[in-house]
Design a protein around this ligand. Structure first.
Ligand code: SF4
Length: 358
């Protein structure tokens, strides 16, 4: 038991890595067709396997009842389902749940399940740790352990006990999604394809610190919503808290976004963690308006979650409202994101850092 956390469950440890079989979960339809060809199965069986994996949440290969017995046996010889349960879950007093998973390479990652009225959002991780080094982020302190496979990314959805209640998925957990582009794009394909989960892309948001070289590829190959971690509109000040600014300045990211249409289905938003006295002055408001001029967007303000040994401070509610109202008055739609799960360390990276120490 760790501190005041309410640990609801301690589920079985995931030891699938001991097995040399390959996971089926996380394979695209084209890859499943190749599996079927290798095993002498009919091509249409790939669509059946995809349905069992992504629509019916099947518990084992043996339960894929519309696939011939001999083909199921051949699949079981070489493949495993690839779904593994969380190793721990903490529940906040506000209903937010933080799940901890062991990845196929033995690291720890986190997902946050956030119910809110008739919505339920899952915040998923794309990497174990992160190499972007943002100063305000617990995950950044871990450094990059490894990028997640498509299986590990989607397992956070597949093994979620509340899977059937999910309305939205956000790639805002541990890691920089655009630093694991191939696996994230495959996960997005599986989530949105008719043969996969069949979700509308409008149910999914990918959040990035702004990896410029991959951002255009992402915008051209996917139509899910985009969120940019902004946090400061001034180059030098942003570089102080987000080293990526030195490689990909936010002004260049804004120029790139002006080339795309965010007026129809796809939306872009800017995440802005408000740190008291650091990025919430009238000067910052003026520069934000100048930077985002010509981009149809919204700003989501997030109150800084204090992390251990951090020099930054959380603003009070009044200061948050004043900042929001000033931006709204200047024509930028701005909302304050409700803080959720602070009692269970909802800022990503804190649980995994503790687990890794044990
Ligand atoms: S805020 Fe995001 S990009 Fe920055 S270190 Fe944390 S996980 Fe990485």
């Amino acid at each position: 038991m760790k501190g005041a956390e309410s640990i609801e469950n301690s589920v079985r440890s995931t030891t699938a890595t001991a097995c040399a079989k390959q996971p089926l979960y996380g394979l695209t339809l084209a890859e499943l067709q190749r599996v079927c060809a290798e095993l002498g199965m009919p091509r249409f069986a790939a669509g059946q396997i995809a349905r069992w994996l992504y629509r019916r949440a099947v518990g084992s290969i043996g339960d894929m009842s519309d696939i011939a017995l001999r083909h199921r046996a051949a699949l079981e010889e070489r493949y495993t389902l690839g779904v593994s349960a969380p190793v721990r879950v903490s529940t906040s007093t506000d209903g937010t749940k933080k799940y901890l998973y062991r990845t196929s390479e033995g690291a720890f990652i986190e997902s946050a399940y956030i119910p809110d009225g008739d919505r339920a959002t899952l915040c998923v991780s794309s990497q174990a740790g992160c190499r972007m080094g943002c100063r305000f982020c617990a995950t950044g302190r871990l450094g990059l352990q490894h990028s997640l496979s498509t299986t590990d990314i989607l397992n956070q959805i597949a093994s979620l006990p509340e899977r059937e209640t999910l309305t939205n998925v956000v790639f805002m957990g541990m890691g920089e999604p655009l630093d694991n582009m191939d696996n994230v794009l495959r996960a997005l394909e599986i989530l949105t394809a008719e043969w996969g989960y069949g979700w509308s892309p409008t149910r999914i948001t990918l959040s990035t610190a702004g990896v410029g070289r991959e951002l255009r590829r992402f915008l051209d190959s996917s139509s899910v919503h985009l969120a940019i971690s902004l946090h400061n509109p001034f180059h030098e000040e942003r570089a102080e808290i987000m080293p990526i600014e030195r490689a990909y300045p936010i002004a260049q990211i804004a120029d790139l976004l002006r080339e795309y249409d965010f007026t129809h289905q796809r939306r872009v938003s800017f995440e802005y963690i408000v740190m008291s006295g650091l990025n919430d002055s009238p000067r910052h408001i003026r520069e934000l308006c100048r930077l985002l001029n010509g981009i149809k967007c919204r700003i989501n303000l997030i109150r800084f979650h204090k992390i251990p040994d951090s020099p930054y401070f959380s603003p009070d509610a009044e200061r948050m409202k004043a900042f929001r109202d000033a931006l709204t008055a200047r024509g930028i739609m701005t909302t304050i994101r409700a803080s959720r799960g602070e009692d269970i360390k909802a800022a990503c990276g804190l649980l995994s850092a503790e687990e890794a120490k044990d």
